[in-house]
Write a protein that binds this ligand. Structure first.
Ligand SMILES: Cc1cc2nc3c(=O)[nH]c(=O)nc-3n(C[C@H](O)[C@H](O)[C@H](O)COP(=O)(O)OP(=O)(O)OC[C@H]3O[C@@H](n4cnc5c(N)ncnc54)[C@H](O)[C@@H]3O)c2cc1C
Length: 411
């Protein structure tokens, strides 16, 4: 008879206090491991736009006891609607097609960060700030100033898409920057565009795209996050953004959104975002396991990055709880995470040039094909489940449970 011995409490370092890092540190501490999380900022802070929490990410937040607060702190999203500047529908998807109770949540990144951070504070995980980790020496973390921390049994690298640890430990990893990024801001929904609870997009060809994501009320006024697609060369820190020109272009693309656009242009509080297409052949280098954007950054076209990072965190805690040793845990983790991550990374990569590129024919094809495809039953389900984050690959998906929630034990 063979006896399976499970891993005892481990000394674990998590690098990066973002979505994936905080969730992983909390879940690992909750299962009895001794966890320390290292963050380069002195004051950990959310970076980036409001985001869409899919049923997958919400299921992990439910495990952390944060789902109700996330729903209350954001806006319920019933689906996605994208139209051309002429009003032609190119995407029209609803979560309710998968299950009548299913929905997503548009949430300010600061709200999600605060929820995860408060929950981390209630766990036994320790937080070390102002620690820029640039290397791993066997079982120790090495800071930029040479300070060392450790030893650790496991190091979880959750230092984001531009991961320094990935460049250092897996130098051959592919992680090219997409040729297009976006600028974004948050503004009051002065046009009532979010009232229908939809993530809305307007496009013209492949060079103009604007998105409006409802993210719930602040000071009694509903707000939306605005995304505006831009080529990389216009996004450099040294480039100034001509907001008067943006206002004209955005209003011409989406006249009904003019009050929101005017307000955003006057406030001028835009941030810039670039994305990487990260593809690792293995997720670990010795005792270092990569999760979140550090392992699989993509363009945000499908709104999955944070959700995939939350799922990584949950699966990691589960596999560590069940595996007899670290190597088996890594193998199980990869077996669970590679299929959905590969699907979403490839699907995002495939889809992005249809929305962000200079390849005009892709825009014509998109406008001609995607709208009708949304009405073909099998394709509609595939597109809807892709949006909801439930796909495990091109041919398989995980069905939502009877309550309309994503069943985490299916993984
Ligand atoms: C415009 C835009 C819109 C998006 N919309 C969505 C959406 O709707 N839905 C969705 O699911 N995803 C969305 N995403 C993707 C999502 O933001 C990312 O996938 C997610 O934030 C990744 O989380 P992470 O924890 O892996 O990395 P990050 O959130 O980047 O966190 C990394 C952390 O590591 C820290 N760090 C970095 N380097 C070091 C170091 N050397 N030492 C110590 N600490 C370090 C950073 O300071 C940071 O705190 C969007 C992204 C963009 C750019």
């Amino acid at each position: 008879m063979t006896v399976t011995r499970f891993l005892g409490p481990l000394d674990i370092a998590v690098v990066g206090c973002g979505v994936a890092g905080q969730a992983a540190a909390t879940l690992l501490a909750d299962t009895g491991h001794r966890v320390t999380i290292y963050e380069r900022f002195t004051q950990p802070q959310p970076v980036g736009a409001g985001l869409l929490l899919q049923p997958t990410g919400l299921a992990v937040l439910r495990q952390l006891g944060l789902a109700d607060a996330a729903i209350a702190g954001g806006a319920r999203i019933a689906g996605l609607e994208a139209r051309t500047h002429r009003g032609r529908s190119i995407l029209d998807l609803r979560y309710a097609d998968l299950h009548p109770l299913a929905f997503a949540v548009g949430i300010p990144r600061a709200t999600l960060f605060d929820l995860l951070h408060a929950r981390l504070g209630k766990s036994t995980a320790k937080l070390v700030t102002g620690a820029e980790i640039v290397d791993v020496d066997q079982t120790h973390l090495v800071e930029e100033n040479g300070a060392r921390h450790g030893p650790f049994d496991l190091i979880v690298a959750a230092d984001g898409a531009h991961s320094a640890l990935r460049s250092r430990l897996i130098p051959h990893a592919r992680a090219p920057i997409y040729p297009w990024g976006c600028m974004w801001t948050t503004a009051p929904d002065l046009a009532g565009i979010g009232a229908a609870g939809l993530l809305r997009q307007r496009v013209r060809g492949t060079t103009l795209m604007m998105g409006l994501l409802p993210i719930g009320p602040r000071h009694g006024q509903d707000e939306v996050t605005i995304y505006w697609s831009m080529p990389m060369r216009a996004l450099g820190r040294s480039k100034t953004i001509d907001l008067a020109a943006w206002r004209r272009a955005a209003t011409a693309l989406w006249p009904e959104a003019a009050p929101i656009i005017d307000h955003a242009a006057a406030a001028g509080d835009f941030a810039r975002a670039t994305y990487r297409h990260v593809a690792l052949t293995h997720w670990n280098a010795g005792p270092v396991l990569f999760i979140g954007d550090a392992a699989h950054g993509t363009s945000p076209q499908l709104g999955q990055g944070a959700n995939l990072g939350l799922m990584d965190a949950w699966v990691l805690a589960e596999t560590l709880a069940e595996a007899p040793d670290l190597l088996s845990a890594f193998l199980r983790f990869e077996r669970c995470r590679v299929p959905p991550v590969r699907y979403y990374r490839n699907a995002s990569h495939l889809l992005t040039p249809f929305f962000q590129s200079r390849l005009a024919p892709l825009g014509w094809l998109r406008d001609a094909v995607m709208g009708p495809a949304c009405h073909v039953p099998g394709l509609r389900t595939m597109m809807g489940s892709t949006l909801a984050g439930t796909r495990r690959g091109w041919l398989s998906t995980t069905k939502l449970g009877d309550d309309g929630c994503f069943p985490l034990d299916a993984f």
